[in-house]
Design a binder for this molecule. Sequence first.
Ligand code: NAD
Length: 425
Amino acid sequence: MSIMVPSKTPALITSGRQALDSALHQLDQAAEQLGLDDGLRTMLATPRRSLTVSVPVRREDGRLDVVQGFRVQHNVSRGPAKGGLRFHPGTDIHEVTALAMWMTWKCALVGIPYGGAKGGVAVDPAGLTTRELERMTRRYINEILPLIGPEKDIPAPDVGTDEQTMAWIMDTYSVNTGYSVPGVVTGKPMTLGGSLGRTGATSRGVQIAALAALGRSPEGVTVAVQGFGKVGALAAQYLADAGCKVVAVSDVTGAVYAGGGLDVAGLRAWVAESGGVRGFRHADAMAQDELFELDVDVLVPAALEGAITEANAHRIRARLIVEGANGPTTPEADEILAAGGTMVVPDILANAGGVIVSYLEWVQNMQAYSWSSGEVELKLRDLMLNAFTEATSLAAERGLTLRQAAHVIGVGRVAEAHQMRGLYP
Ligand code: NAD
C-alpha cells in the first residue's frame, strides 16, 4: 500500500488539508528513496495521538464562546514529543497534523532526541483581551493536560503565541502538579527558566542556513522577507547585520520596499509602535504579492503555509529561498523551482534553530543549570551546520533537491528507530 496523495486538491479543501497533502507527499518521496515497507510507511504517515478539545472562553461582557483546540503527537519513537502552539483562526486538525509531522523529521534531521508534535487553537488572538487570552490558554492547557509534560510533550511558541503564553502554560501545569515544572514548555521568559538565545534562535538559524547556502560574501546580497513576526523580523535583522541588503518585507498589514535597503531596526520599532509594517515612512508601499516577484538574491518566506504555489512559482526570480516558515512551498511549486534552478533550503532544515535552542533550554531546565549565550550560540551553529552539510552532501550524491535529501535523512532516522525498537506487544 502506498500513501494516498490526491493529485489535485479540490478548491473547497482547507489550507490545512493542503499542508497535510504536502507533508504526505514529501514523506512518500522519502519512503520511496529509503525503500520502506508499506506497514512502516503507514506508521509514519499517521499521528500517534491526536486530541481535539472544546475550549470555553468567558468574554469580558459575560458571553461564553467556545473555540476548538488541537494537540497532535505525530511520533515519539526517538524521545518526547516537541512542537509549537499556534493561535490562528484558520488552524485545523489537518494543519496541526502536518506541522507535527514536519517537527518529527526536523528533530531527527538535526539530531536532537525528540519526536514531533504541534498544537493549535482556532482563534484570532488579536480579537481577545489579554485576560480573555490568558483564560483561554489556561483552559486549553487544562484540556490537553494528560498529554503534556517534560518527559512527554513540550510545547513552544509558534504563530500567534509568545513567551507570555508559555509562562501561563508553565504556571497552569505547575499548579496542577503541585510544584514548578519549567521543563514543560520552552520559549519561556528568562525569569522562569528560559534560555539565553531562544528569542532569536529560529531567525539565527535562518541566517546561518542562508549564509551557508549562499557560499559567498553576504555583502550587498539582496533579500526579501515575507512575514515580519517573531521569525521574519529577526531573520531580516540578522541578515542585515551580516551585510545583506533587505529591500522588502511584508506582513498582514501590507508590504514595504526600499531599493537602497530598509532600516530594519527602524522598521521593527515602527511595527512595535503601530502593529504592522504598513505606513513605514522610510520606504515605498507595495502589494504583498509583488514581494515574491522581486529581482532579489534571497527570498525568505516567514509567514504561513502555501505561500509559494504553482500560481506564483514561475514568477520568482530569487535564486535562493530559505524557508523560515513551515510548509511555505507546495510540491507543485517545488518542481517548478527545481526545474528553474532555484535552490530551496527547506523548512525542516532552515527553521530548525528554534527547536534546537528549545532543546538546549529543556536540557538546562532538566539540569537546573544555565549556559551563557556564547555556549548556546555555538551549539546552535554546530547542529545547524552539521545538518546542512549532511543534507547538501546527500543531495549531491543522489541527485536530490535539498528538501528531498533532508526528508530522506529525517524520515530514515525515525524509520530506523522504529525498526530497532520493534513492535510491542
Ligand atoms: P508570528 O505570529 O510571530 O508572525 C507571523 C507573521 O506573518 C506576522 O508578521 C504576520 O503579519 C505575517 N503574515 C501572516 N499572513 C501573511 C501574509 N499573507 N502575507 C504576509 N505576511 C503574513 O509567527 P512566527 O512565530 O514568526 O512564525 C512564522 C512562521 O515560522 C510559521 O510558519 C511558524 O510555524 C514558523 N516557525 C516559527 C518558529 C518560532 O520559533 N516561532 C520556529 C520554527 C518555525
